[in-house]
Design a binder for this molecule. Structure first.
Ligand code: C5P
Length: 238
């Protein structure tokens, strides 16, 4: 059987229910738009476990997501969505491409979260776009865009508190949304939330606990992901 879709870190498979897909977390890691590649044993399992706990927590907090249930170590069932071709990035502290673009040093706390929108396109390298681009490219309607902004800020506020209970600072993260196959007027949070798409710094030591360990060759990539999982497990159990 062929996957319906294969991305850099996940595969999507059909199930017996046309409105439900199986999402498989791979062990592949990529950075700099696929220029840097590696395989990490256990990465699929760790990201699946972290993302499953976080999506369960977000659902409990009233955020609708595509998540249905965990199947096994590396697979979950998700509701079929039509993914919006616009990615939403929220930043609480300066890091990554924000520093590159502006020259600001890493780690400056913003007075309010910054929201960015990027076109979801490997070919174009996920370029940063504004509301006018999104309207003219028909990536989302103005109403959908307002909903994305509102949802992203809500998720940021919920996850900021959640990760601080884990002893982690939520520096920035990326979200993807999709229109439900069964009801395209309804937009839900899709994709995954894991250290692949979030910057998480240890609150006490400032240590990076996310994919920057891979991007910057800091070592201990899977050890950091495993530590994030342990802390997320404790926070969600309480
Ligand atoms: O690279 P940049 O600083 O723009 O990334 C901001 C945040 O969004 C980081 O947490 C990064 O992991 C995430 N991101 C992502 N996928 C992308 C671009 C950014 O998960 N394609």
């Amino acid at each position: 059987m062929e996957p319906l879709y294969e991305g850099k870190a996940k595969r999507l498979w059909a199930t017996s229910d046309p409105n439900v897909l199986r999402m498989e977390f791979k062990n592949d890691a990529t950075a700099f738009n696929g220029e840097k590649k590696a395989q990490f044993e256990d990465k699929g399992r760790l990201n699946n476990a972290i993302s499953t706990l976080i999506y369960g927590f977000l659902e409990k907090e009233g955020v609708p997501t595509h998540f249905v249930r965990q199947i096994d170590d590396t697979n979950v069932e998700v509701r079929k969505v039509d993914i919006l071709m616009v990615e939403v990035i929220i930043r609480n502290l300066s890091a990554g491409s924000f520093c590159k673009r502006t020259g600001l040093e890493e780690g400056r706390a913003f007075s309010q979260p910054i929201i960015e929108f990027c076109i979801k396109s490997d070919e174009l390298g996920d370029p940063l776009v504004n509301d006018d681009y999104i309207r003219e490219l028909s990536l989302a309607t103005p109403e959908e865009l307002a909903f994305l902004r509102e949802s992203a800020l809500k998720v940021n506020s919920i996850l900021g508190k959640f990760f601080s209970e884990c002893g982690l600072k939520l520096v920035d993260f990326k979200l993807e949304f999709g229109r439900l196959a069964t009801d395209p007027k309804t937009i839900v949070l899709a994709d995954e939330i894991s250290p692949d798409g979030c910057r998480l710094w240890d609150l006490k030591t400032g240590e990076k606990m996310d994919k920057d360990r891979f991007r910057r060759d800091l070592g201990g990539v899977m050890e950091a992901y495993a530590e994030v999982l342990e802390r997320v497990k404790v926070a969600t159990a309480g």
